[in-house]
Design a protein around this ligand. Structure first.
Ligand code: SF4
Ligand code: SF4
Length: 180
């Protein structure tokens, strides 16, 4: 797959600070519609003191070294946060895509589907559930891949389970560390 050098910067993206990934920052939850209080919408107002977990450690798939994602897939622009290689299914990598907003826009979702097909990867992507005009903290998750993958994901979901995290690997397609 195409590789990109590690030359990307987060700013002005704050998508992962703004609750779309549902994180806790110094014990305080951030969730859809409820960003981290330190997010200015274009950066962090306490960057020097941001906690290691999750702030220093986390980096999304667009920002990571040798990212296969194109420039236009920057999360604040494409409206999707991609987490590469989060799980394994029958030995194959499983990527996760989370919308920045209610749902992943068609252009970004089409790119992710084509990437999954071309690279023989599985894809789980979510949509925020809205009730009474407000985001809940729930998502519906769709599986993209062969019928066996979709069936396995449906069975896991029916049991209230999910795939375990992918084991640590030397692959460059992993999370971490640091953001600029
Ligand atoms: S790690 Fe990714 S989602 Fe988070 S601010 Fe940087 S570019 Fe945006
Ligand atoms: S980097 Fe700053 S704004 Fe982003 S989650 Fe951490 S403390 Fe909040």
């Amino acid at each position: 797959m195409a590789k990109k050098p590690h030359s990307r910067e987060c700013r002005p993206c704050t998508a992962c600070c703004d609750g779309w990934l549902q994180i806790r920052v110094n014990g305080m939850p951030a969730y859809p519609g409820h960003p981290c209080p330190h997010s200015t919408g274009a950066g962090c107002d306490d960057y020097e003191h941001r906690p290691v977990d999750p702030c220093v450690q986390f980096i999304c798939g667009w920002r990571m070294e040798q990212s296969p994602l194109p420039d236009w897939m920057k999360p604040n622009e494409a409206k999707v946060i991609v987490l590469l290689d989060q799980h394994r299914w029958r030995g194959l990598p499983v990527d996760v895509a989370v919308p920045v907003g209610r749902r992943i826009p068609p252009r970004a979702l089409n790119w992710l589907r084509q990437f999954a097909e071309r690279e023989n990867r599985m894809l789980l992507y979510s949509e925020q559930i809205v009730e009474n005009g407000a985001y809940t903290r729930q998502q519906s998750v769709s599986a993209f891949g062969p019928p066996e993958f979709q069936r396995d994901m449906a069975e896991l979901a029916s049991r209230g389970e999910s795939l375990p995290p992918a084991p640590p690997a030397p692959s460059p397609i992993r999370l971490y560390p640091g953001r600029a």
